[in-house]
Every structure is written in C-alpha cells, then in structure tokens.
Design a protein around this ligand. Structure first.
Ligand code: SF4
Length: 361
C-alpha cells in the first residue's frame, strides 16, 4: 500500500515518513483529511482550542460533539480535563525554552504555580479536582525520592489528577562524561553534599578508583567549600594515592538514606537523558516505571522528548564541561544577566554564570 500526503495546494510530500509528517502537522495546529473507503476523515489536535473552533466553523457544527481519538480510555480521560495546571519549582520559571520561559508564558490567570516541595502538588490537585495538575519534576538524586513519594502517595490515595513530567538527572554519568573529556585539566572534584546525603559516600567512590582523581564530598557553606579546596590542593601537592574524602559527615553517611533510595528504586527506572547543550548521556536520567505510567505526562500527553537543539550563542555546555569560563561567553553580563537569564547557567543563584556574575564583576 502506498501512502501519500498532499499539502493544501495539492503538492505531494517527498518525505519518507508521511505518518510523522502528519503528526507534526497536527501538533502545529493544522487540520488534515485522511482518505478512507467511505470518504474523508477530518482530524485535528483536540487540545488546540483554536483549531477545534476552526473545524467547527468549517463543518458548521457549533456544539455537536466530535469523536476523540486516543490510544486508550486513560488518554481520553486526560483530554476531557477542563484545564491543566502546571506546577514546578521556582528555578524552572525563568529557564528559557525554545520560544520563551514559563514565567513569560500563559495569561495572567493561567501562570504556572511555583511549589516548594513536591507535596504541594497534592494539595493543588485536591483543591482542583476538575483540572489535571502537571508537575514539571526537575532535579537530581536529591529531589528524586520526594518526587517518587509524591507518585506513590497519589497512587495510594487514588489522586488521579496528577501527572509528572520527569527531568531527573543522575550525577555519576555526567561526572564520567566530564572526566572522559577533561584531558588532564581537572585536578579534583568537589562532590555535591546534597546528592551524597541521599546516595551515601560510596556513590562517589568510583572517582578515585576508576578515574584516579582526588574528590571531596562537601556542603555548600563557604567554610565547607574552602575546606574541600584545601584538601584537593593538599592531595595534589602530596604523593598519596588519590582518594575520596567526606567533610560533610553531619549529613552524609557511608550508605546514605536507604529509605529514600528504596523509594526511588520502586518508582523510577534509569534511562538515557538529554542534557541541555551537552546532548544525550547514557543512563543519566530517571523516568517512571511502567506500573506508574498513568502519572507520566510525557506518555499521557504524547509530548515529544526534549529537543537537543540549543542556542549556539550560549556557552553553558562548555562551561559545564570545564572548557570555558563564564566571561568567555559573548552574552555574559550584557544580554544574559541574573535579571534576564539567557542560558541555564545564569538562571539559579547556584548556576556557574550567576555566581561568576555576582562575585567577579
Ligand atoms: S552567560 Fe548566559 S548565555 Fe553565556 S554561557 Fe552563561 S548562561 Fe549561557
């Protein structure tokens, strides 16, 4: 059987994948006509109110129902929620996406809601039973257990109007990527104390063992960071074997928080993850397991995976990989600053460019 796709001026598409082309057209708000034995079947994206309105106008069906096409009844349920509430952590609001940031998107009364903990999402969902609450769940191992706990709670209490769009990343794979590319430029690693609090000291043992690089698990206070730098310099000056030191013992044990790790294990599985500006890193992301798929916004809303596209003007990837300093970026301090961040490293006060801006300018 041959499939053809024609544009509205009658031209035939030369693409090899007319199915995907049709999907793109639908996502972009087009109406497509699919020819069958009994005539034409018109289709549009049901979540796009404008195109549904246009189809109603063309078909002269002011309020007569259209048929919804979806893969199963759960997907249909999602489509009939009157509205969607987006909830996320404050840092995410200012991150610039392909077109704009969450902060600048949406109308005044439909702004995403900032949450301070994943558990705030439960309250939002309970207070808005007729709406679907989509939580943009970002973070590292630190927040993963709390997000896992949210999903489990929703399951146990049958709260069905919560979906989670996970963008949880894992530290070891990205550290390995950095270390594989550093060409001797790095002399030591300060390991994040919050990740180690959950995962334990043993989580970073691969650094001296596999990469023979001195490493220190540290907190985030100035004395902690200074202490970590001191130990790394001392290790570089001495002739001892590189080792992993832990100066954040008040929070970090050898094995970490077993309860949190078990929760993560129960709800998530490891998958390849896209890192903005860096690309795909194998086994660097946590995604929901099949048994929790009904909470997975990416699957339920048929969202395409994150785009690998990134602006060439932003040098975040090189900064993250240790190849450049923030001042080497042409946008630093001009187009990109903490009030109007252009790239992700300027968004949060913990970002490399933001810190550099605050203390070096
Ligand atoms: S200054 Fe801004 S644009 Fe430049 S690398 Fe940093 S975050 Fe990206």
């Amino acid at each position: 059987m041959t499939l053809l796709l024609r544009t509205n001026d009658g031209k035939e598409s030369s693409s090899n994948d007319v199915f995907m082309d049709a999907v793109h057209l639908l996502n972009k708000g087009n109406i497509i006509a699919i020819k069958g034995v009994g005539g034409f079947h018109l289709a549009c994206y049901a979540r796009n109110e404008q195109v549904v309105e246009e189809l109603r106008k063309r078909k002269k069906r002011k309020d007569k129902p259209f048929a919804l096409m979806a893969k199963d009844i759960d997907a249909i349920k999602l489509l009939v929620y009157k509205d969607i509430i987006v909830a996320t952590f404050g840092d995410m609001m200012r991150v610039k996406g392909t077109e704009t940031s969450l902060e600048r998107s949406g109308s005044k009364d439909r702004k995403p809601i900032i949450v301070y903990s994943p558990f705030d999402v439960i309250e939002i969902a309970k207070n808005n039973r007729d709406k679907m609450v989509v939580f943009l769940a970002v973070g590292f191992e630190t927040t993963a257990s709390a997000i896992a706990s949210l999903v489990k709670h929703a399951e146990e209490k049958s709260i069905n109007n919560i979906n989670v769009m996970t963008s949880i990343r894992l530290m070891p794979p990205i550290l390995e990527k950095v270390l594989q590319q550093h060409n001797g430029r790095l002399h030591g690693i300060i390991c994040p104390g919050h990740v180690a609090t959950i995962m334990g000291e043993e989580y970073f043992e691969f650094l001296p063992e596999k990469y023979r690089i001195a490493s220190v698990i540290s907190g985030f206070d100035a004395p902690d960071i200074l202490g970590a730098i001191y130990l790394l310099v001392q290790s570089k000056c001495g002739s001892n074997e590189p080792e992993l030191k832990n100066i954040y013992r008040k929070c970090v044990s050898i094995n970490g928080n077993e309860k949190a790790k078990n929760l993560m294990e129960e709800v998530f599985k490891v998958d390849d993850g896209l890192w903005r500006g860096i690309g795909s890193v194998p086994d660097s992301a946590l995604v929901l397991k099949e048994q929790y798929a009904k909470y997975d916004a990416v699957k339920n809303f048929n969202l395409s995976s994150w785009s690998e596209e990134t602006s060439n003007a932003c040098s975040c990837s090189d900064i993250l990989m240790g190849k450049k300093e923030p001042k080497d970026c042409n946008l630093f301090g001009t187009i990109c600053n903490p009030v109007n961040p252009y790239g992700p490293c300027m968004v949060s006060s913990e970002g490399a460019c933001s810190i550099y801006y605050e203390y070096r300018r």
